[in-house]
Design a protein. Structure first.
Length: 294
């Protein structure tokens, strides 16, 4: 029989949940409502009222070729960063799960990068990938201009993907290692007794049982890459060169705070929110079908 907690008075329960409700209202519903209102009005840059324009802001956004280019770059960034972060994290988790020499030290050290703030990580990678002073400066001395993210858009995109992926390796590592350690050791030992090698046990036993973890991290990584990449882009490239790294979330900031197009930026934020919701729905609708929880 299930035991449930009961409050003697209604006000006690309300008082306990009120702080959380205020946080959600202040930092989610209120900004979302304001953005939704601005998306259908024409806001003056320096105040002075607003004018109802209906769907004109969305029409301007969808007719802008630069906006569609930012959508494509965001998709490339999301897929690249998620693949890099999840792939490396899985390999590291498999090594730590085997309890090789020094695994306890690496298990602790590999978690630390996730505690680093995105702007701080961006500063570090901006120096590491700098063509004139970083590690790649020696390579440029041998092959001039073989690496220059300041002028080459492809190089700049690779730089922000690596910087973002490096930060999320630690996050994915935690969940992969937890998933591996939840697999019964009896299954691994039975596979070893049947003559299956390390790679065979990984392919036939461990990876299939990690399917729920894979699905969870896929949703989280793809979703966060659309909304949590601002700090990396702003510090490393500022959307350059020539808008080569101007992702959707950075274009919202640039058009709204630098271009003073509040209404257009609000419309873009609504589109981004709907895109993330749609992408999540597709993953739950089609990808989760291939996930087995038993």
């Amino acid at each position: 029989m299930e035991n449930r907690a009961h409050f003697r008075t209604l006000w006690l329960g309300v008082a306990l949940i009120l702080p959380q409700l205020l946080l959600v209202l202040t930092f989610f519903y209120w900004p979302t409502g304001a953005a939704l209102f601005w998306a259908f009005t024409l806001e003056q840059p320096w105040g002075g009222g607003s004018q109802w324009v209906g769907l004109d802001n969305f029409a301007n956004v969808f007719s802008d070729p630069f906006y569609w280019a930012s959508v494509g770059r965001s998709l490339v960034f999301a897929l690249g960063a998620a693949s890099l972060a999840m792939g490396i994290a899985l390999v590291l988790a498999l090594f730590c799960d085997r309890q090789l020499r020094g695994y306890a030290y690496y298990r602790t050290a590999l978690v630390w990068p996730f505690a680093v703030a995105a702007p701080a990580a961006a500063v570090a990678f901006r120096y590491v990938f700098a063509p004139e002073a970083g590690v790649f400066s020696a390579l440029n001395q041998i092959y001039p201009n073989i690496w220059n993210p300041a002028t080459n858009g492809t190089h700049a995109m690779i730089m922000i993907i690596v910087a973002y992926g490096w930060k999320y390796i630690a996050y994915n590592f935690i969940f992969f290692l937890a998933g591996l350690q939840s697999i019964p050791r009896a299954l691994i030992e039975a596979g070893a007794m049947d003559g299956a090698g390390v790679l065979r046990r990984m392919r036939d036993i461990q990876l299939p049982l990690l399917a729920p973890t894979f699905f969870f991290l896929l949703v989280i990584n793809l979703t966060d890459s659309f909304v949590d990449s601002f700090g990396i882009v702003d510090i490393t490239t500022e959307g350059g060169p020539s808008k080569a790294t101007e992702l959707m979330v950075y274009k919202i900031y640039f058009d709204g705070f630098k271009g003073l197009d509040y209404s257009g930026a609000a419309a873009q934020s609504i589109v981004l929110m709907l895109l993330v919701m749609g992408l999540t729905f597709v993953q739950f609708r089609y990808v989760e079908r291939k996930v087995h929880y038993k």
